[in-house]
Ligand binder design. Structure first.
Ligand code: PLP
Length: 487
């Protein structure tokens, strides 16, 4: 028993009050006005259920399924639920589907790449082919696993890769072709059938990243939307991932990676018996891992059920339509892609407002959107991940958007001081010395103690003016300034 009167120990209520005070600094996770990071179904009682389930299993260790069969059972149930939703299981064309519960989309994708790489020990310098629109987690996987990343450009109007481009990118060293259903940035579903066919013809694995859309596309289809084939029902798709902490509305820390059969999954495992301790056998990156997220996801999925998800998707789509109309009706904005999933992505017309100023103006009105920088001929854009919680608020967005556009127009574009613009255009990443970074951070209002400016338009404009390699270096430097010990 901890003595709460010890001078260095804090009473429970006080600690919680401290956390609540810190949490007040955050963007609002509930209320339907945050369009990234958080997936809120706004179902009464669901948070309490997930938290209670989390607490039941928080101290259970996923390291050893024989010691904690409860976790194994819950994982197997989640894998079956994901597989059923994604075209696998008894009576389907993927009856032998197997899978693992991972900590998130990035881990699922890293493992998909690792599994494909390790299935081909004969290839000394393995490569993967992904559309340029694929999630950055593929680049992270390639970096961690020392696999070369071959990106196929996307058409600026469809935002999809040309299938011929994917075929042309294949090399004898290619171990995996990936595509998205849908892409995070624009919410566009890649031509999965054709890409999988090209991969299969070359004898290469094909992974579908349905981390974002795997739990909504099947329901959108049931609601009558023309969702193209994207799952295990497509011949040639060898693996697929779906995040439960996205549209299954589970708390953070749960994704599922499925393989068409156990043989395809085999290289995913890491087993090690060559040391004096316990024999290690893991299908995922972590060894010790909490049962909390898995139990919370299990409770969420069981509680909402198929009907629940269908209804939540119906609400989400209604919100997508309302937001889309708001963008269409706004002066100087246009959709980057016609919404076909749960993303609304828009940009400014040539005579439109400065997008980064608009993002700040929307934030000032309580709408938290996600700016996306220009890239490879694609304009900067504003990304909205739409969840069911947005539905009751969606009608309020249009008037606020119009208001924010007017304010952004009145404010005019951010004027990057000429020396900063010149720096962004000419500085090589290696030229970012400590002094240059300190000068930039001060110029942008990034405080040494981790303070962020109220408005981010200046930072975004600087990043937008820089090529990707310099953006990466700048971000590392800036974030490193934030991540300092709180003495
Ligand atoms: C399509 C897609 N893949 C992968 C990921 C990475 O997921 P996570 O952030 O859970 O690691 C995301 C996250 O938004 C995503 O949208």
């Amino acid at each position: 028993m901890i003595d709460e009167n010890r001078p260095d120990g804090m009473p429970a209520e006080q600690v919680l009050a401290e956390i609540r005070e810190l949490r007040a600094l955050d963007r609002p996770t509930h209320g339907g006005r945050l369009f990234a990071y958080v997936y809120d179904p706004a179902v009464p009682g669901l948070d309490a259920l997930a938290t209670a389930a989390y607490a039941e299993s928080a101290h259970v260790n996923g390291l050893d399924p024989t010691a904690f069969p409860s976790l194994l059972a819950m994982e197997n149930t989640l894998v079956a639920a994901a597989a059923r939703l994604l075209g696998g299981g008894p009576g389907t064309s993927a009856p032998d589907v197997v899978g693992s519960v991972t900590s998130g989309g990035t881990e699922s994708l890293i493992l998909a790449v690792k599994t494909a790489r390790d299935a081909r020990p004969d290839i000394a310098a393995p490569r993967i082919v992904v559309p340029a629109s694929a999630h950055a987690a593929f680049a992270k996987a390639a970096h961690y696993l020392r696999v070369e990343l071959d990106t196929v450009p996307v058409d600026p109007s469809t935002l999809r890769p040309a299938v011929a481009g994917v075929a042309a990118a294949l090399r004898p060293e290619t171990v995996l072709v990936a595509c998205s259903a849908p892409s995070y940035a624009h919410g566009v579903v890649d031509p999965v059938e054709q890409i999988a066919e090209v991969a299969a013809a070359a004898g290469v694995r094909c992974h579908v990243d349905a981390c974002f859309g795997g739990w909504t596309l099947p329901y959108l289809r049931r609601l009558g939307l023309p969702v193209p084939p994207f799952d295990l029902g497509v011949p040639g798709v060898t693996s697929i991932s779906v995040d439960l902490h996205k549209y299954a509305y589970a708390p953070k820390g749960v994704s599922v990676l499925l393989h068409r059969d156990p043989q395809l999954r085999a290289p995913q495992y890491f087993a090690y018996a060559d040391w004096p301790g316990y024999t290690m056998i893991n299908p995922v990156i972590s060894s010790t891992r909490s049962g909390g997220p898995i139990a919370a996801a299990y409770a969420t999925v069981r509680h909402l059920g198929d009907d629940g998800y269908l209804e939540l998707t119906r609400r989400t789509w209604a919100a997508v339509c309302t937001l889309t109309e708001a963008v269409r009706g706004a002066d100087g904005l246009r959709l980057v892609a016609e919404p076909e999933s749960t993303v609304v992505c828009f940009t400014a017309t040539e005579t439109g407002p400065d997008l980064f100023v608009l993002v700040d103006e929307l934030a000032a009105r309580g709408w938290h959107t996600q700016p996306q920088l220009s890239y490879a001929g694609l304009p900067p854009s504003v990304h909205l991940t739409v969840t069911a919680a947005v539905a009751p608020r969606a009608a309020e967005f249009g008037p606020d958007l119009a208001d924010a556009v007017a304010a952004a127009r009145a404010a005019g574009p951010v004027a990057l001081p000429p020396e900063l613009r010149a720096l962004a255009g000419t500085l090589a990443p290696e030229g970012l010395t400590g002094d240059v970074v300190a000068g930039l951070a001060a110029g942008l209002g990034l405080g040494p103690g981790g303070g962020l400016p109220e408005r981010m338009a200046l930072v975004n404009t600087l990043l937008d003016a820089a090529p990707p390699a310099l953006r990466e270096r700048l971000l590392v430097e800036f974030v490193s300034l934030l991540q300092r010990p709180a003495w």
